[in-house]
Design a protein around this ligand. Structure first.
Ligand SMILES: Nc1ncnc2c1ncn2[C@@H]1O[C@H](COP(=O)(O)OP(=O)(O)OP(=O)(O)O)[C@@H](O)[C@H]1O
Length: 429
């Protein structure tokens, strides 16, 4: 008998962005007729695969494209990729929370998923009720769940709050209980999305240990998404690297992690334009050159949070006698502005202007970032906005800690910060 427990063939998922109507008049009318006149549910929501008709619409976003994957019983897969690569979407489809737009997915066995905080549990029900509900959903009987109950409660560390509705839990408490339930109810396939991002170092160690036990001693299959390559290397034997919704590599976890890390430091080729006609810009400004230079300690070192980055640029200026300044604005992947720095204006004639800015190492947190460059006249008039002209990803790096979760914040500056012991006696409590 085949050992394949998940078989994914030519799977794609499209999301539709920012439209209130369907984008098609006939369907909008059908929707109005169905919901307002016949008081039935919206047909276009009920049948997601019908969304393929929107494929060419400007509002279509393909989160996954043409994914093929075979997972065997007992394998532990680490799923990696930059922000927005489609990792969570894939786990949601495998967990049957959302449906694919095209392609097929076949699964064998009971699946237990720990996706983002807020999914999975019923918020009005207590921790205790949710444990039972999750067990019933997995097809377990009441005595079977009862047999596991104490173990789940002890592992979660939230015993005292088991009769409180989970909507009152902190995200840390929620994840503790959700992990305990997912790992102990003996699913055939355990799906975990970034669980290490929440919880303290001890809890993370416990989770990694439990996942190892579940896979090694119980022979269960695990799919694990993490941005932490150390955790993936420690736990997983197989790796899947997604890039912009497509499979970039699969294979042994360590080899896939290695390819991913090496690739992330090579995606910033120098861009240059020999003639203004083909260069980005307008009648005032045309870019001539743009480069992001990582200052790596060794040529094959990964681009991580320690790496200083220099942004170098040159542009043709076609404006005579102009006081020109530039702004460099750095954004996180989610569009939050990290900083906006400006040069002092200089008086320029027609010709070439060049500039450079260095972002120090040990300043940004790990993640994906992009840069906008703005060229201004008299500090107020925008001559040309070159948006999202560069992007880069910084890997995590840390020493001296057992904490593998996502480090908080967009920046992770190394500030002077220390503690000293000032006394070795304590008063009696
Ligand atoms: N409900 C949704 N509606 C529209 N677009 C979505 C939706 N969910 C995800 N997306 C988009 O689909 C793409 C893939 O998202 P997904 O969350 O699967 O990526 P990810 O690899 O898990 O990213 P991260 O590491 O940041 O969690 C992204 O461009 C995202 O913005």
């Amino acid at each position: 008998m085949s050992d394949v427990v998940i078989q994914i063939e030519k799977l794609s998922k499209m999301y539709r962005l920012g439209t209130i109507g369907t984008g098609y008049l006939l369907q909008d009318l059908q929707r109005w007729w169905t919901t307002s006149v016949r008081k039935q549910q919206v047909p276009f929501f009920q049948q997601p695969e019908d969304q393929s008709i929107y494929a060419l619409s400007p509002h279509a976003l393909w989160a996954l494209q043409d994914i093929n994957l075979e997972v065997n019983k007992g394998e532990v897969w680490g799923i990696i990729g930059n922000n927005g690569a489609g990792k969570s979407t894939l786990l949601k489809i495998i967990s049957r929370i959302i449906r694919p737009t095209h392609g097929s997915i076949r699964g064998r066995g009971k699946i237990s998923s720990l996706l983002e905080v807020g999914t999975g549990f019923h918020s009005e029900l207590s921790g205790r009720e949710n444990i039972f509900l999750s067990g019933y959903i997995l097809g377990m009987t009441k005595p079977e769940i009862q047999a596991k109950f104490d173990e789940i409660a002890a592992f979660s560390g939230v015993e005292k709050f088991l009769d409180t509705p989970v909507k009152r839990y902190s995200s840390g408490m929620y994840v503790r209980l959700a992990f305990a339930v997912a790992a102990h109810l003996e699913p055939d396939i355990l799906i975990i999305d970034e669980v290490l991002a929440v919880g303290d170092a001890d809890f993370q160690k416990k989770c990694l240990g439990k996942m190892r036990e579940v896979s090694q001693t119980q022979g269960r299959t695990i799919l694990f998404v993490s941005h932490n390559m150390q955790a993936i290397n420690n736990l997983c034997d197989k790796g899947l690297w997604l890039q912009q919704g497509k499979v970039k590599a699969t294979g042994e976890a360590a080899a896939v992690v290695n390819k991913y890390l090496t690739n992330n430091q090579q995606i910033h080729p120098k861009q240059s334009w020999t003639t203004p006609a083909e260069a980005p810009g307008n009648s005032n400004i045309r870019f001539k050159q743009l480069e992001l230079i990582p200052h790596l300690s060794q040529p094959d070192a990964p681009l991580d949070i320690r790496t200083p980055l220099t942004i170098k640029f040159e542009f043709w200026n076609f404006v005579e006698d102009a006081a020109i300044s530039t702004h460099l604005t750095l954004f996180s992947y989610n569009g939050e502005c990290v900083f906006d720095v400006a040069t002092v204006p200089i008086l320029c004639q027609k010709g070439v202007v060049s500039g450079e800015c260095t972002i120090p190492g040990n300043f940004l947190n790990d993640g994906s970032f992009y840069i906008n460059l703005y060229v201004l006249r008299d500090t107020t008039t925008n001559l040309f906005d070159y948006e999202q002209c560069l992007s880069f990803d910084l890997e995590d790096y840390r020493t001296g800690t057992l904490w593998y979760g996502k480090w908080w914040g967009i920046v992770r500056p190394q500030l002077p910060f220390r503690i000293v012991q000032t006394d070795t006696t304590v008063p009696v409590i």
